[in-house]
Design a protein around this ligand. Sequence first.
Ligand code: F6P
Length: 399
Amino acid sequence: MDNGKAKLAIIMAGLPARGKSYLSLRLHRYLEWQGYRARIFNVGAYRRESLGPPSSKSDFFDPKEPVFARERERIAKRCFSDLAEWLGGAGDIAIYDATNVTASRRAYLEKECGKHGFEHVFVENVCDDPEIIEKIIRIKLEHSADYAGFAPEAARADFARRLGHYEGVYEPVSDVAHMKIINFGLSVVRAYGDERPFLDEIADFLGAVNLMDKEVFLTRHGETYFNCEDRIGGDSPLTKRGAGYAGRLAAHFKGRDLVVFTSAKRRTIETAAFFDCERVVLPELNEINSGLCDGLSYAEIAEGRPEVNEARSNDKFNFRYPGGESYRDLIQRVKKSVIRIEAEKRDVLVIAHRAVNRCLVSYFIPTPPEEVPYIEMPLDRIIRVYRLNAHYGCDWKVI
Ligand code: F6P
């Protein structure tokens, strides 16, 4: 694990309706996709489970009610103790999703992390853009279990009271190692010390995520001469049929507010040639590096390098071509483009390659690693990935 093998606790902070759960879920997906054992510990879910619907009303969050305040602390501590047990055992990265708006709560969490030897960082979501806040509130009132059964106006009024209670005790994070995600990526403050590349990556990712309901499309390049000969890798141009696909593809997307990402290979750039929107070349989208097998056909590999065939069929996800890459390696390369896709506010079309697109699909649709190299990815098809569940933005569907 390139986070230095440490056990890492990522501790969210911020007022209600700042998008903490949304960012937690997106980050969880990003980490799990890379093979980390990651888990979210959501204090709200513990509260609902332990105390049921009465704990959803705003009174429960009134800081002047000592009985409720004690209950809230008890539940937060129980949730953290489960986190500690899991992170101390099988887990790699735990996300503690709660408001943690007071310095005293954060001091407690720091002390606990120290006791267990966990690396930790606080992530505060700061948001003062009324449009973003309104969007999150709408999502929350519509989907949160706290407001199931509430009439819409009553839910809104009760939530406003809850927010008021938190605003009364809120102490912005400055006391601990932290990052601040401001207005969903408008800017990111990094205050966790130097030389923390893994935290930089997390900050880059969280700073990229936004609330736009954009769609993401994936396709392979048009047919190439190498495809006709069943050869892998290389930098072959498109055939006539491949160029025909390129023309039809551009016609299909005409008029859409779109950005096109291609790899640096001739075949994807040629496939994007007829688009009149912005086109961006991202070398991290280049096809899996097949090393010494580059340019060979599958039949030539089977005959000349039977050991490659055998090792690939035993464990295609982890198999690394001699002098090249494995699917596992590829995810580490392609993740840069995931951050680009997340950061986009327009719809995105990725024109890439078979193995790369498999890795990208498995980011949007959680897929067991061993199945990733077998995801169907034919030529001449567009995969559309859209948010099914706009409020948390992590259920995606491919058609
Ligand atoms: O054959 C086209 C291609 O994109 C190759 O360049 C690449 O090595 C291969 O597909 C990836 O698919 P698989 O992992 O199934 O061989």
